[in-house]
Design a protein around this ligand. Structure first.
Ligand code: ADP
Ligand code: MG
Length: 238
């Protein structure tokens, strides 16, 4: 059984069909990278999966259960945004545990999960700082930590490395992929960057104008592009 199943997902804004109709099955434990040019509908799709955007039609299922009508907090998913969306007035620890507190998780569990996440992300000693007192890379880790402590079944990433400089981005790609493997998570990672897709993905889903152009391993996509769009998108340097 696939862990995340999207069937007939559709979204328009006014007369613009951003996602005409999309089907996709993601397996448990997979790291799927959704890649495509700017404006191809990646964020819209991810937001529908997360429940942050209503679908016009179609269903989102997790482990065979239809979650389309559920609130974002009840989907067993955690999303990491490009902007990180940290609360500037809260400390690192408060940012990372806010969602758990809102959910009424007991203090002992919150404490355990926080120290585990701080350790995994090498953020120990920074828990009392505010986001403004952190480097870009550290802020990115706090955003990751906020997702990790929720122990979701599915991680959703919307260009989470785009605000890092090139060197840090290359390193964080590897670390993030290792973290996914260690957590045994299922991840959907959105990017417009072909290199990110090629280096991180188990499977790449290539999107253009809201339509899937090809699904396959990085190697399949590279060696056997199905059409001119795929060939030129994967072949062209950033
Ligand atoms: P991507 O993440 O691939 O860059 P988006 O999903 O953000 O693409 O956007 C896809 C298309 O939908 C774009 O043409 C964008 O202008 C449009 N769009 C996205 N969100 C909205 C919105 N809230 N209202 C109107 N149009 C939108
Ligand atoms: Mg986007």
């Amino acid at each position: 059984m696939s862990d995340v199943s999207l069937k007939g997902l559709r979204k328009s804004y006014g007369s613009v069909k951003v996602i005409p109709s999309l089907d996709l099955d993601i397996c448990s434990g997979e790291f799927v990278v959704l890649v495509g040019p700017s404006g191809s509908g990646k964020s819209t799709l991810l937001r529908m999966v997360a429940g942050l955007e209503a679908v016009d039609a179609g269903t989102v299922s997790v482990d065979g259960e239809d979650v389309t009508a559920r609130d974002p907090g009840d989907r067993d998913m955690a999303m990491v945004f490009q902007s990180y969306a940290l609360y500037p007035h809260m400390t690192v620890a408060e940012n990372m545990t806010f969602a758990l507190r809102m959910r009424g998780t007991d203090e002992a569990t919150i404490g355990e999960r926080l120290s585990e996440a701080l350790r995994m992300l090498s953020l120990e000693g920074l828990e009392h700082r505010k986001p403004g007192q952190l480097s870009g890379g550290q802020r990115q880790r706090v955003a990751m930590g906020r997702a990790i402590v929720r122990e979701p079944r599915v991680f959703l990433f919307d260009e989470p490395l785009s605000n890092l400089d090139a060197k840090l981005r290359a390193r964080t790609r590897i670390e993030l992929r290792e973290l996914h493997d260690k957590l045994g998570a299922t991840s959907i990672f959105v990017t417009h960057d072909q290199i990110e897709a090629m280096t991180m993905a188990d499977r790449i889903v290539l999107l253009d104008q809201g339509r899937i152009q090809q699904v396959g391993s990085p190697r399949e996509i590279y060696e056997r592009p199905r059409n001119v769009f795929v060939a030129s998108f994967i072949g062209s340097p950033e």
